[in-house]
Every structure is written in C-alpha cells, then in structure tokens.
Design a binder for this molecule. Structure first.
Ligand SMILES: *[C@@H]1O[C@H](CO)[C@@H](O)[C@H](O)[C@H]1NC(C)=O
Ligand SMILES: *[C@@H]1O[C@H](CO)[C@@H](O)[C@H](O)[C@H]1NC(C)=O
Ligand SMILES: *[C@@H]1O[C@H](CO)[C@@H](O)[C@H](O)[C@H]1NC(C)=O
Length: 372
C-alpha cells in the first residue's frame, strides 16, 4: 500500500498537477495564434540546390570575437574596404578585415541609441540604418550627424524596422517586420502567425513614406534587382521570398519552400542573391507552424523566460536572379545566421546572437555536388 500511495502522489505532482496548471494557464492566456497559409506548410526538396556545403563551420574563421555583439547585418563599403555592421548595444561598428582574421580591427563608429539592424549606403556617401527601435536613420558619412528619416506610415508607427536597400536613384526601400512586436519580442510575432509586416519606401526628395505592401508575415530582408526593376523581399515564418515590381506594384513568387526561415537577402553584384536563414526547418518548427495551439503553449512558456524553439542548421542559400537555388551552405550546429554577404572569395555571415562575424573561404570550402 505505501508504495502505491507514494506512486499516486508522485503521479499527481509530476503529471496531474502540471497538466491542470497548464490547462488553466492556456485557457486564461489571451494569446491567439492564427493558422498559417496552407502553401507555407508544404515541404519538399525543390528549393535545395545540388551544390551543398553542409559543414559551414569547418574551416570558417571568426572575426571580432567578443567585440561585435550580435552583428545582425553586414554592408561592405567598397571604396574604404570597411565592413559596417549594427550591434545589439546600439553601435554601428566598422571592421577593417585583414588577411589573417586575428589582425582585423574593430572600431566603434556611431551609437544610434537603438538597435541597428539593416545597413546600406546612400548615394551621397551617407549610411542608412534600419534601426529596430528608432526607424529609418541617415548617418552622415563622417559619422557626425544622425537624422531620423521616418518612423511611421499611414498613421501606424514602425515597431521593428528591419532591413533597407538604396536604389540607384536614391529612393530607400525598407521593411518593418512587425507593427505589433519589437525586436526583443520577435518570437511572439512568429508564434502568433499573423501578418503585421510591411514593405515601405522613403523618397528623400519628397520626404514621403509610402506603404508598398502590408499584411506581410514578418517582412524581413529586402534587396534590389541589378536592373532596378524590382525588389526581392523575404517573409520569415512562411519560408518565402517574393518580387515586388517598382513600376505598377506587381508581386510574384521569387523562391518558396526554403529549407529554413529566411532573414536578410543580399545581392553580390555578380548575378546572385544570398539568403540567410537563422534556423533550418526542424520537426518542432514544422509542428508548431501547422498547429496554432502548439505555438500558444510555446508562447506561454516563452513568457516565463524559456526559449523553447531551438534554432539549428542555420545557413545561407545562393540563388540566381530568377530565384533558382544554386548553392547552399549550412551547418547543423550553427544557429542565428542573419545575413550572408559575399566579398571577394569569402562569405561573411552576421548573427543575431553570437559575438562575431563568420568568414568562410568559398574557394577552399566550396559547395559540392552531393548528387554525384
Ligand atoms: C528531402 O531530402 C532528404 C535527404 O535526402 C530526405 O530524407 C527527405 O525525405 C526529402 N524530403 C522530401 C519531402 O522529399
Ligand atoms: C586567432 O586567435 C585564436 C584565439 O586566440 C587562435 O585560436 C587562432 O589560432 C588564431 N588564428 C590565426 C589564423 O592566427
Ligand atoms: C542624409 O544626410 C545628408 C547630410 O548629412 C544629406 O546630404 C543626404 O542627402 C541625406 N540622405 C537622405 C537619404 O536623406
């Protein structure tokens, strides 16, 4: 008998009570996740190219370890040879990369007082920053003046200004990931699964901010086609990037069914875009995307400070101008890769949570044909 009493008490405290508490919390909680569009729940290998390097970390070098605190986006300034990157402590830092990564020099350049994410160069020598908290910023080339260009459109304030690209004619195109959740709450935007993102433009001559598209699922990276006819932008939770034609506003699929959740997309000046994915698709993510109640439970757990959705198998996909996948660099043990920029023969990767930039020599460690 005592053994039975012990075990039923044991069961009560380990199973029944936590279950009752969970049900109560679940019922009380107002978090109300939505179903994702059906086509975003289809998984195939169609977007996986034949050329693969699935050990991105093998041979990779780390730049600015401990000096670059979560360098989310990277922009390469060709004339000075400097890399600009925005860190979680508000600093836009500049990195002079040397042949040996340990000789690289990291310089604190300008602190925005916010969270600089996307970085691009203006046509008058200025640096444009999509600051998650502040909005779209114009920092003069000498770093002495920072000006807020815009932080709202159609009466709705940006909550997560995310990525920016500058057209040859000087117009700025950028994204607001969410008008509901800020950058520290982004996981709740993903878990809620409702489209709070927007694609926007800012014209420096008229100083007008326009909403090009609203109702986007976590609008993230944005890039400009080399012929300046269209943008390519990514929606993270639905694993899709789309084209937006500047003239007329037509929207077309660029690439969908990605093997991970796309973040920044960068054009390399040489016929290819590079799409970074902070996490690959995992069984847990697949289930959560399919079942809103799982995302609700996850959100409740996350509110108590647990990070329940693991990110793994991060990487960067190289695609051609039409969105055909060409090569895929990834690593099971890697997470939070937010940008991939090709400079010379190297791939430079930014990160949302690690204190360094990753550099991979693409000649020494190429993606190879796995199907041979
Ligand atoms: C994709 O490829 C992997 C590895 O080759 C395989 O295990 C998986 O079943 C494939 N998935 C689909 C949906 O074809
Ligand atoms: C760079 O520094 C790290 C840590 O001190 C060391 O492990 C590594 O071997 C160095 N790399 C080179 C190329 O010197
Ligand atoms: C940014 O500010 C500089 C002056 O510091 C100005 O020359 C430039 O036109 C501005 N750029 C934009 C995009 O507003």
């Amino acid at each position: 008998m005592p053994a039975l009493i012990f075990s039923s008490r044991f069961l009560f405290f380990t199973v029944t009570l936590p279950l009752l508490v969970s049900i109560a919390l679940y019922r009380l909680d107002t978090f109300d996740p939505a179903h994702h569009p059906a086509d975003s729940l289809v998984y195939s290998n169609a977007s996986i190219p034949p050329l693969i390097n699935d050990k991105l970390l093998t041979g990779a070098e780390f730049i600015g370890v401990g000096l670059l605190n979560s360098p989310e986006d990277i922009a390469y300034h060709v004339d000075s040879g400097l890399i600009y990157t925005g860190c979680v402590d508000g600093w836009v830092k500049r990195v002079k990369v040397a042949e040996s990564v340990n000789d690289s020099v990291v310089e604190d350049w300008v602190n925005t007082g916010g969270r600089p994410l996307g970085i691009a160069f203006g046509i008058h020598g200025e640096v444009i920053v999509a600051d998650a908290y502040k909005g779209l910023l114009n920092i003069s080339g000498d770093g002495k003046k920072t000006e807020l260009l815009t932080d709202e459109a159609d009466g709705v304030r940006f909550k997560l200004t995310d990525a920016v690209v500058v057209a040859d004619n000087g117009v700025l195109y950028f994204t607001d990931g969410s008008y509901k959740y800020n950058v520290h709450q982004f996981i709740f935007d993903i878990l809620e699964g409702k489209p709070y993102g927007r694609l926007l433009s800012f014209d420096p001559t008229t100083r007008l901010t326009r909403v090009l598209l609203s109702g986007l699922y976590f609008a993230n990276g944005v890039s400009m086609s080399p012929d300046q006819t269209h943008l390519v932008f990514c929606e993270t939770p639905i694993r899709k990037c789309s084209k937006y034609y500047i003239n007329g506003g037509r929207v077309e699929v660029f690439i969908q069914g990605l093997p991970g959740y796309p973040d920044n997309i960068r054009y390399d000046g040489d016929g290819h875009y590079w799409i970074a994915m902070p996490s690959g698709v995992t069984t847990l993510w697949k289930l959560a995307m399919k079942y809103p109640f799982l995302r609700k439970i996850t959100a409740i757990v996350a509110k108590y400070g647990y990070e329940p959705m693991f990110m793994e198998n991060a990487g960067v996909m190289k695609v051609d101008l039409e969105g055909n996948p060409i090569a895929y660099y990834h690593d099971q043990t890697l997470s939070h890769i937010t940008t991939g920029v090709k400079i010379g023969n190297y791939l430079y990767c930014g990160s949302l949570s690690h204190s360094r930039i990753i550099r991979l020599d693409l000649l020494k460690y190429p993606a190879q044909n796995k199907k041979l």
